[in-house]
Design a protein around this ligand. Sequence first.
Ligand SMILES: Cc1cc2nc3c(=O)[nH]c(=O)nc-3n(C[C@H](O)[C@H](O)[C@H](O)COP(=O)(O)O)c2cc1C
Length: 84
Amino acid sequence: MVDALGVGRFLQTFVLALSARGIGTCVQVSIAGYPEVLRDQLGIPEEHRILCGVSIGYPDPTFPANHLDVPRNPLEANVTFLTE
Ligand SMILES: Cc1cc2nc3c(=O)[nH]c(=O)nc-3n(C[C@H](O)[C@H](O)[C@H](O)COP(=O)(O)O)c2cc1C
């Protein structure tokens, strides 16, 4: 079974470390729906499970899509605080 929690923790740290060095990323889980294409194009062996991809590169600040303001859900939509 894929350790999704461990992968998520690694992925966040990886993305933050790259961002701190001025390198942009775009996490994409949708490409995992096309494993045969990824295996063929990237030579990924069958014993490796594909959970997601991460595009990496230097951001172009002049590209309009890089100025999209993508809203976030409010904290309450993702976290439940349990108090006594
Ligand atoms: C785990 C995860 C999976 C994602 N998968 C996709 C995806 O399959 N396709 C996509 O367009 N964006 C996906 N995203 C969103 C983009 O990576 C990115 O967060 C989004 O384009 C907004 O950019 P921003 O986070 O810089 O605001 C995913 C994000 C995360 C954290």
